[in-house]
Design a protein around this ligand. Structure first.
Ligand code: HEC
Length: 273
């Protein structure tokens, strides 16, 4: 083996090392592309370089379809007063005693008992508003249309003045749902052929109530999150693979090269001696 062969071996080794050095730069070129031009993209708030994961996340962030669902989280169902349920479980005798305490000063309720400060309330449920001809109602009540449905009575008795501004019924209202339902049930018991109570609202199970509004929003978010995680993991794995392969190749090549050099040296020595 002459000088030429030795040079060829060194040259080949050098070329391999150069290629390997180039390969080692590849990941950082791929994942930190534009680092020179866009310093801000790859540095944290305080200027420290971002970790590889953060860089990958920043790179892939452009491709992850983040659903803008506003503030994600369980949508609190609005508290709905279930009048049907309240009436179904109403206590008529409690309603009667509430009526005696809070309404009887102005209203009689037995048939033919006559009007007081307010009109007689016999047969009022389901009747037309301003249901008596012999009572002087306010202009507001006279202008009111429709009949006293359970829903209307509920709103009316909760707060007469907000239900009907200008009413002459000087009563603040029955604020407690249970008491209001009891009184309405009592009014119904004093109405011949009273309409049936409204049906209670369909029962909403815990699961339905909590899941239905949620699913649409979070499934998208979760999907996006999973995709991002997978992408980052994959990218990390490939990076590890690349660097492992490169390390292995470097090790092997260096070993081979030094073996070759050793061999050559030995041969050379042998030549000289
Ligand atoms: C301070 C007196 C007063 C009290 C207390 C009062 N009301 Fe009245 N109520 C009236 C007056 C006056 C009217 C007529 C209102 C109008 O014309 O605007 C009326 C009207 C009504 C009407 C409509 C009647 C119709 O013919 O359309 C109902 C129903 C009614 N009251 C129920 C009650 C109930 C139930 C209570 C007790 C929880 C009550 N009221 C307490 C004075 C009163």
């Amino acid at each position: 083996m002459g000088e030429m062969t030795l040079n060829k071996i060194f040259g080949a080794g050098l070329a391999v090392v150069l290629v390997i050095l180039g390969l080692l730069q590849l990941p950082s070129l791929l994942f930190a592309s534009g680092a020179e031009g866009h310093h801000d993209d790859h540095h944290g708030e305080h200027g420290e370089p971002l970790s590889l994961n953060e860089q990958i996340a920043a790179t892939y962030a452009y491709y992850i379809p983040i659903a803008d669902g506003g503030s994600a989280g369980p949508v609190e169902p609005e508290e709905v007063f279930d009048l049907g349920a309240a009436l179904a479980s109403a206590d008529v005798s409690r309603g009667q005693s509430s009526f005696q305490q809070k309404c009887a000063s102005c209203h009689s309720i037995e048939a033919g008992a006559g009007n007081g400060i307010g009109p007689n309330l016999y047969n009022v449920v389901g009747a037309e508003k301003h249901h008596l001809d012999d009572f002087r109602y306010s202009g507001a009540m006279m202008a009111a249309e429709g009949s006293w449905t359970y829903a209307d009575l509920n709103d009316w008795l909760k707060s007469p003045s907000s239900y009907m501004s200008g009413t002459s019924m000087g009563f603040a209202g029955l604020n407690r749902d249970g008491e209001r339902a009891n009184v309405i049930a009592y009014l119904a018991s004093k109405t011949e052929g009273a309409p049936a109570f409204p049906a209670p609202l369909p029962e909403v199970t815990e699961e339905e109530g909590e899941l239905v509004p949620e699913v649409e929003d979070t499934s998208l978010l979760e999907e996006a999150g999973d995709t991002a995680e997978t992408m980052i993991e994959d990218a990390g794995d490939s990076l590890e693979d690349v660097s492992e392969t490169v390390e292995d190749t470097v090790d092997e090549t260096v070993e081979e090269a030094s073996e070759l050099v050793d061999d050559h040296a030995e041969t050379h020595e042998g030549d000289e001696h």
